[in-house]
Design a protein around this ligand. Sequence first.
Ligand code: SAH
Length: 336
Amino acid sequence: MSEAERLDHFMARAAAAYYAGREPFGARGDFTTAPEMSQAFGECLGLWAAVVWQGMGAPSPLHLVECGPGRGTLMADALRGIATALPPFRAALRVHLVEASPGLRAVQAATLGAGVAEWHDSLNTVPPGPAIILGNEFLDALPIRQFIRRGEGWMERFVRDGAFVEQPAENPPPLPAEAPEGAVQEWNEAGEAFIRALSARLATQGGAALFLDYGPAESGLGDSLQALANHRAADPLSEPGSVDITAHVDFAALARTARAAGVAAHGPVPQGIFLQALGLVTRAAMLARAAPHSAGMQLSAAQRLIAPEGMGRLFKALALTHPALPAPPGFEVSAP
Ligand code: SAH
């Protein structure tokens, strides 16, 4: 019998093996993401960044950073939209991609073309200065820890031979005093550390960040660990690398972490409301008119991104900004 591995260590190993070994996106892969469904998604996020940049006083240079860029599609669409709408912003940009997988780095380089971007293992090596940071379905890939209620206390979940085992918790966070027997409390320790470092950077050097992902609006109990293979639910404890393992993002916890580190947190707002505020439907209609043969596809992709029963409600947008900046586009009504 092998040794038990803490869930977050197992998840980190599984995610690294998974993304190192394949290009999982699209109809033939394991899952489809918003930028792979419609170019309007990346274009709208590029224009979001342009408005934020103007609110910052149009600094040059400006570091545009994407975390977990997948195939590089979002960045390519954002840069094209920016170059058309606001050439001075494109000229001010230095593009950085934070990507762990060597295979995906090569795909991103092919998508963007030579000399467009620089790659990083983490945010730490992005040069100092004002930055706008984007991440779509990045936070859900960061490893979580799970604690399970047993008797009057909590145990921690470890993985051994493809199954959970429970052991005494190692340096647990504050956990609820009361919970039903067997209840699960998740903690995205790695995600909070990431947001803390990012927020410290925004607070001292200026800028903003935007994350889109799936998860509830409020923190709560529950086991959200999940896996996908061939667009179907799979066992998250499967052999590392064979399935895409993720967890729901606790946006409220990340917003608290960000505020404690000195930045303003806006949202989370449902993705459907956010994308509509950014004009995604109008943009999709323009694309449909320009290319009638793919008009149906453009409009159905926009509908899926926005509809509550599609990705419009489960997916949320969270923005973090230097406290002196105005509320970013799409978040005007949500107080910081
Ligand atoms: N944003 C893309 C891809 C989402 S999949 C899209 O929407 O299509 C998650 C991405 O995050 C992949 O590119 C994966 O390789 C990357 N990733 C996962 N964990 C990471 C980590 N710890 N550091 C850097 N990149 C990571």
